[in-house]
Design a protein around this ligand. Structure first.
Ligand code: AMP
Length: 445
């Protein structure tokens, strides 16, 4: 789970890349980075923290160029350290090449070991660097040939942005697990993880990059090239469940609409349940709760205030401070909660920690009865394709029955959305081609 954004052929490229990355901030808050190209030379700035912390005015001024690619990181593979911040830049016989990656290369360790045996020296511990070393070792006539030759060696998931002087290349893995869309802004092309970043930068979405497809932007022109046979999309359904912003369009459907419908289907699955109000765990739970409310004719109320300014780096509290800061991010609105039967919706339950805390907080605020509704099915299997869902042993639904989970989180009732409803709402119907392996334990080959 990371965000990538690239823009070509604009004198405002660094500023627009900033806007794009800022819009994608919800996809990762650990580090941010940008590489710009003035046609002959690449300039790079990466830093730990949020986009507005990393790119101060002075830094942006120093990043000169008419094209830019950027990345925001949420670590899945490789430790949380500046050397793993992206884009990565490597100087080799290929010249200077930068890369930004969203996804997880599942055979990176094996590829890395064999490259190291023949002398490659890696700068980072991230899986991303492997593609640059492969490219330096097994070259073609130009960068696109080189990539077309080497990308098929990678297993797992990727949406990549590459940059070399005068060129930006995007590539999407042969299953299309991770998102990548092409946009247009005047003479500029944009590549981004979500359509909302293209919108906010002032552009228009052209289309998604297809599974196994490369897009090459050079000299103001765009061209497409296949490096793997055409296959159906197997998009990660967690984009709709949690990652993507509601104003993004995924698989031709607005995420807001999909979540609203998920909320309505959740209400149908819970038909007959009586409650005084329905609410969502902010921010992702809110749209689900609105859809639920309309379908069930139960009023929507805001039960929690979310503080958007906590950032990532507030003090790691000791036990006493932890109690004080428990409500720092999500504070219950007591007047709304006291004496009420509440249906509370969250997008997912991973380890169960969040729901447990939230139920505790609702009880302390005087809730009469708490019905927890989860807008996705139980997560029983880890993700190998770039989502930070932990080891199998840490997944609560892998260890406990729904009834035991209910007792663990302390709710009066617990309901998970069915997979069928989730897939229907995301626009898949019977021909669904989403990756749902975290819910089923069945993985694509
Ligand atoms: P947990 O507290 O471990 O049960 O995690 C569930 C909560 O984390 C929910 O409130 C989700 O909104 C959120 N969540 C779900 N998936 C992720 C993810 N991959 N990274 C960070 N947060 C997540």
């Amino acid at each position: 789970m990371c965000g990538i954004f690239g823009i070509t052929d604009s004198k405002e490229a660094p500023g627009l890349a900033y806007v794009g990355l800022f819009t994608l901030q919800h996809r990762g808050q650990e580090s941010a980075g940008m590489v710009t190209d003035d046609g002959t030379q690449l300039r790079q700035h990466n830093g730990m923290g949020l986009v507005n912390e990393v790119f101060t005015g002075k830094v942006l001024e120093s990043l000169k160029g008419r094209s830019a690619i950027g990345h925001i990181r949420y670590s899945t593979t490789g430790s949380s350290h500046l050397k793993n911040a992206q884009p990565l830049v490597l100087n080799s016989c290929l010249g200077t090449v930068a890369v930004a990656h969203n996804g997880n290369i599942t055979n990176a360790d094996r590829l890395k070991a064999s490259l190291q045996k023949s002398g490659a020296i890696f700068q980072s511990t991230s899986d991303t660097e492997v593609i640059l070393h492969l490219a330096a070792r097994y070259r073609g006539r130009n960068l696109e040939d080189t990539l077309a030759r080497n990308l098929p060696k990678l297993a797992g998931s990727y949406a990549f942005l590459f940059m070399a002087p005068g060129k930006v290349i995007g590539a999407r893995d042969p299953h299309g697990y991770r998102p990548l869309v092409l946009g247009r802004l005047g003479k500029s092309y944009i590549l981004a993880s979500e359509t909302c970043a293209i919108d906010v930068a002032g552009g228009k979405t052209v289309r998604e990059i297809e599974p196994g497809e490369m897009v090459i932007i050079s000299g103001g022109k765009v061209s497409f090239r296949r490096f793997a046979p055409a296959r159906k999309f197997t998009r990660c359904i967690f984009e709709q469940v949690y990652f993507a912003r509601p104003d993004a369009v995924v698989a031709g459907r607005s995420v807001q609409k999909a979540r609203y419908e998920i909320g309505a289907l959740l209400a149908r699955e819970l038909a007959g349940v009586k409650a005084d109000l329905v609410s969502g765990v902010p921010d992702s739970g809110t749209v689900y709760a609105l859809g639920f409310s309309e379908e069930a004719w139960i009023p929507y109320q805001t039960a929690f205030m979310r503080n958007h300014y906590t950032g990532r780096s507030f003090i790691q509290p000791d036990q006493r401070l932890r109690e004080v800061t428990a409500h720092l991010k999500l504070a219950p609105i007591k007047d709304v909660i006291k004496g009420k039967t509440i249906i509370l919706i969250d997008d997912s339950l991973v380890r169960g920690t969040t729901s447990r805390e939230i139920v505790k907080s609702l009880r302390a605020a005087g809730a009469k009865k708490i019905i927890m509704a989860i807008a996705s099915p139980p997560i029983i299997s880890p993700c190998y394709f770039g989502i930070d869902t932990p080891n199998r042993e840490e997944l609560i639904a892998n260890k406990m029955s729904v009834e035991r989970i209910r007792r663990f989180i302390g709710a009066d009732a617990l309901h998970y959305l069915s997979l069928e409803s989730l897939v229907t709402a995301c626009g898949g119907g019977k021909d669904a081609n989403f990756c749902v392996s975290c819910f089923t334990g069945r993985y694509n080959r």
